[in-house]
Ligand binder design. Structure first.
Ligand SMILES: C[S@@+](CC[C@H](N)C(=O)[O-])C[C@H]1O[C@@H](n2cnc3c(N)ncnc32)[C@H](O)[C@@H]1O
Length: 279
C-alpha cells in the first residue's frame, strides 16, 4: 500500500486546471461558477460524441455517460474519475490485491454516497461493480444530467444487482444533509472534488458530518495547485488520511492521480438509525 505523504510538498509547480481536464478532443471548457444559477432548461447540448461508453472488463458490461462539455466543469469527466473507474473494475476482478479492499469491507450490502458526482461515472460504476446502493449527489443544476446518466444505465444496474438514486447536496449545508441525505452510509466517494479554495471548508464540514465510526471517504485527486496543501493540512486535523494508490503521471504532467482514504480519528462515534449519534 502506498503511504508516502507529499501533500505538503511546495516544490510542485502550479498547473492550470483547464489544461488538465481530461482525455482528448475537448474544446476549452467554459468556466463553471459551481452555483445553482443555471436554469435546467439550458441542459441541451449539441456537441458531437457527448455520450460515451466505458467498458468494465470485470463484469463484461458498459457504462453509458453523457457529457455536456459546453455546460461547464460539472458536466465533464475529470481525470480522477477515470482512475476510480479503473480501480473499481480491477477491484471486482482482483479483490485480494486491490487498494480498495480495506475501505470496502462491510458485513452488509454497501451503502455509498458520492459527493460532487458530476456525470456520475464513479458512483454508477461503484453500484455496478460492488452490487451496492449508491446515492449520487451534486449541486441542483447538475442533477438533470446526472439523472439522465442514472436512467441510461438502469438496465445494466438491474442486471448486476446495483442501484443508484440522485439527490441534491451542497457541501456544508448540514440541514440539507440531515433532512434529505441521512447518515447511513458505509462509504463516501469523491473524485476531483478539491479544486476551488472556497470549497475546502464546506467539503470538510460535509465529511465531518458523514465520517463516523467505520465510514471512510475514498477520494481520487489530481493535484493542480500548491494551495491544495491547505485542504490536506485541515483534513489531517480532522481525519486520518492515508494514500492508498498512485497512478503514473497524466499526459504532459509531472503528477498523476492519487487516491486517499480519510477515516475518523475517533472511531467510537457512530450513527444508529433508530437512536441517533452514539459514542
Ligand atoms: C471537478 S468536478 C468533478 C466531477 C466528477 N466527480 C468527476 O470526477 O468527473 C467537481 C464537482 O463538484 C461539484 N461541486 C462543486 N461545488 C460543490 C458544492 N458546493 N456542493 C456540492 N457539489 C459541488 C461540481 O458541480 C462538480 O460536479
Amino acid at each position: 500500500m502506498a503511504n508516502q505523504d507529499d501533500d505538503d510538498d511546495d516544490d510542485d509547480i502550479d498547473i492550470n486546471p483547464f489544461t488538465m481536464l481530461l482525455l482528448t478532443d475537448q474544446p476549452e471548457p467554459k468556466p463553471d461558477n459551481d452555483d445553482s444559477s443555471k436554469p435546467h432548461s439550458s441542459i441541451e447540448d449539441h456537441s458531437p460524441n457527448q455520450q460515451q461508453q466505458h467498458y468494465l472488463r470485470s463484469i463484461d458490461s458498459t457504462v453509458l455517460i453523457r457529457q455536456l462539455r459546453s455546460q461547464g466543469l460539472s458536466f465533464q469527466l475529470w481525470p480522477a474519475a477515470t482512475s476510480l473507474f479503473s480501480l473499481l473494475d480491477n477491484h471486482r476482478s482482483h479483490p485480494s490485491s486491490s487498494p480498495l479492499t480495506s475501505s470496502l469491507s462491510s458485513p452488509r450490502r454497501l451503502r455509498i454516497l458520492e459527493l460532487g458526482s458530476g456525470t456520475g461515472l464513479v458512483g454508477i460504476t461503484a453500484a455496478l461493480t460492488l452490487s451496492a446502493d449508491v446515492t449520487l449527489t451534486d449541486l441542483p443544476h447538475v442533477l438533470p444530467n446526472l439523472d439522465f446518466n442514472a436512467q441510461a444505465n438502469r438496465e445494466v444496474l438491474t442486471r448486476h444487482g446495483g442501484s443508484v438514486d440522485v439527490a441534491a447536496l451542497s457541501w456544508g449545508d448540514v440541514d440539507q444533509m440531515e433532512a434529505l441525505i441521512g447518515r447511513e452510509y458505509d462509504l463516501v466517494l469523491g473524485s476531483d472534488v478539491v479544486y476551488h479554495d472556497h470549497l475546502y471548508d464546506p467539503l470538510l464540514r460535509t465529511l465531518g458530518f458523514f465520517l463516523l465510526g467505520r465510514t471512510v471517504f475514498v477520494m481520487a485527486h489530481l493535484r493542480r495547485w500548491k494551495k491544495e496543501a491547505v485542504f490536506f493540512k485541515r483534513a489531517k486535523k480532522m481525519f486520518d488520511v492515508e494514500v492508498i494508490h498512485r497512478d503514473g503521471p497524466c499526459d504532459g504532467s509531472r503528477v498523476g492521480v492519487v487516491v486517499y482514504c480519510f477515516s475518523p480519528k475517533d472511531k467510537s462515534h457512530h450513527w444508529d438509525d433508530n437512536v441517533g449519534l452514539l459514542s
